[in-house]
Ligand binder design. Sequence first.
Ligand code: GTP
Ligand code: SPV
Ligand code: MN
Length: 613
Amino acid sequence: MIKQLNAAPDHAKLVAWVNEWAELCEPEAIYWCDGTNTEYYGLCDEMVKSGLAVRLNSKLRPDCVLFKSDPSDVARVEARTYIASEKKEDAGPTNNWIDPVELKKEMRALYKGCMHGRTMYVIPYSMGPVGSNIAKIGVEITDSAYVVINMHVMTRVGNAVLDVLGKDGEFVPCIHSVGKPLENGASDNGIWPCAPMDKKYIAQFPETREIWSFGSGYGGNAILGKKCLALRIATVQARDEGWMAEHMLILKLTNPEGKVKYVTGAFPSACGKTNLAMLIPTLPGWKVETIGDDIAWMKFGKDGRLYAINPENGFFGVAPGTSMHSNKNAMLSCAKETIFTNCALRENGDIWWEGIEVPLEPGEKLIDWKGNVWEQGQVDADGNKVKAAHPNARFSARAKNCPAIASNWEDPNGVPIDAFLFGGRRPSTLPLVYQSMSWEHGVFIGSTVGSEVTAAALDVKAGTVRRDPFAMLPFCGYNMGDYFQHWLDIGKVEGAKLPKIFCVNWFRKTADGRWLWPGFGENSRVLKWIFERCDGEGKAVETPIGFMPTTDAIDRSGIENEVTDADIAELLTFDKEGWKNELAMIKEHYKKFDRLPKALADQLAQLEERLAK
Ligand code: GTP
Ligand code: SPV
Ligand code: MN
């Protein structure tokens, strides 16, 4: 008999679905999450007691816990992520595909008895403000209390959601297990539970709008409202219903005269969305406020403009590199009520990571993300510095704790978008900023986004340029060529007043490896030019790749010594030879797409012509 820890809601379909999974997974107990603080802190206490989590020093970091995951379970696993559409061609060339019937059979065998000795938590959650007509409801079943507390932070969980569901409301069913049954009263003994790589599956079924995840407890693999629902499933819904689900930050930009514009930005994972969303402008009088840092859902308003909401409720932010200097608002967001994963632990009971810019005591030793004692300056057998925190260590912080959160961030109608930015880590060739010549040209730019590889996903080679169209390579729930077409179609909607499109690159380096651009708060100087361009102002020159600012169009007041005339000239030159090489790479990239829209092939041909002149 499975214990029922509390009463099930009055929703026959939901209860039947939960019972069906309970029968297969055979948990010890079923618990319906109510979303309260009592529930949240109760689960934190349990995990601290069992050794899965460490409670941080409550004077330094109130109501915070630290987890260390299994060293094999530290990021999204793209090679084990599937779009199981009925037809392979509908998943397209960029997604892994298995026939849904076959995959379900395979996965059911894994789910059989997978929750032995564990509680099955049922999490009703809303992506977007509860009850908003843009919001979507999901229900996640999981055997991980770590996932429950993360869902509390990252989504809106609990009874309010059940109220909206009523007796027969629709929800996206999401099933998750860490894939580590506990037999005969065994316990985790403080060790992060997960399954071996070849048993991990992150599966989306686009036609039936289901999510099945097995074997991983980390981030986007397990917190299913985020990438699985709000992007992979939502892109399919957005395509069918004429809206957009994008891997984009949303920010509110106010100029010194008090005029407001809203800007979104699609940068690949670990390429600066959270940082830009929370930026503190160095330019006097300018203000940036945060609407969202990772995902935007956008729909047309009656006025023909695109209105964006942030479907999330918190930030699952990259920890390393985050400091009071680089991102003060993120540091303050995670000052309390935060879940830390794979950060290092200090002797004083606080967290630490590379780039936090908090000096350690002389001789102070840490507990690193693997649980080993770590000494300052420690090197491994090959002489490489041992990292105290994993490069993809994360904080799960509540949006309401962000000092820069915009007062209207939960407006159910969303905010009207003026500009879209695309960008990635490109040490050469791509200028600091340029503007597209048209919507179609902007879609072309989005389709060619590339970045040096980061630590946000396993199984991709570091250091090389990876093409990540619209920063959606791992997150598009259908054929990428059709997704390009959807972007082109959005541009043809009658009466549409579309955002202007820009490409930015904060990551240019000199030949000897120095950053050419200081980035972070100084990026406000680029936002200023973008703001001006949206109003038809801002000096620019037309080049074969689009409109580039003249070197004096970027306000360098106060940083002329840091970014010299020579630097800005290098940041804003059109590098003809580099672009010829880029063109060849884009051609290679485009060969992958079986359903490449003709308009994009034309854009490529036109770029080639302009470069040949
Ligand atoms: P995901 O959460 O994985 O989607 O990542 P993200 O796009 O939100 O990236 P995030 O803002 O967390 O930045 C990732 C890394 O890039 C951090 O180590 C930052 O310090 C670094 N970074 C962000 N902005 C800048 C910048 O303007 N210049 C430089 N040099 N580094 C930056
Ligand atoms: C990303 O990788 O883009 C993230 C982190 O935002 S995760 O939620 O793990 O996908
Ligand atoms: Mn992301």
